[in-house]
Design a protein around this ligand. Structure first.
Ligand code: DGP
Length: 112
């Protein structure tokens, strides 16, 4: 996955504002924040979307959620939203699975 944007961030070929990193996952600030706190949590291994991740590495889904919750608290959030966009119609633009963590403002429902 040499051309994958997020794989390039994992390899350090592109810079990102990384707030948390382990061997298996990274959390960094979204380049186009949609809330005062907007982070993306990714597995360091390439998987296309949340369904693929769940099928190929089920434990990684929970690890992403756990890490996102811990980082949310470090960011001072008590309330936040976690979102996986799966597929272009759902808004996915980077096809390396990522969990959006958004917080710091009131949010409406349903999302657009
Ligand atoms: P999605 O549309 O759900 O695939 O979300 C992709 C997110 O990735 C989007 O909110 C913007 C963010 N993003 C795209 N390119 C970069 C980048 O080079 N660096 C960072 N930090 N975020 C990026």
């Amino acid at each position: 996955m040499s051309e994958c944007l997020f794989c390039r961030i994992v390899r350090g070929e592109l810079t990102a504002d990384i707030v948390h990193r382990t061997d298996s996952l990274m959390i960094f600030r979204d380049i186009a924040p949609q809330a005062p706190v907007h982070l993306v949590a990714i597995p360091t291994e390439h998987h296309v979307d949340a369904g693929a991740l769940a099928a190929e590495d089920p434990g990684a889904v929970g690890a992403l959620v756990t890490a996102a919750d811990q980082v949310a608290r470090l960011e001072g959030l008590t309330d936040y939203r976690l979102v996986f966009n799966s597929g272009a119609l759902a808004g996915q633009s980077v096809f390396h699975v990522h969990l959006h963590l958004l917080g710091g403002r009131a949010m409406g429902w349903p999302p657009g």
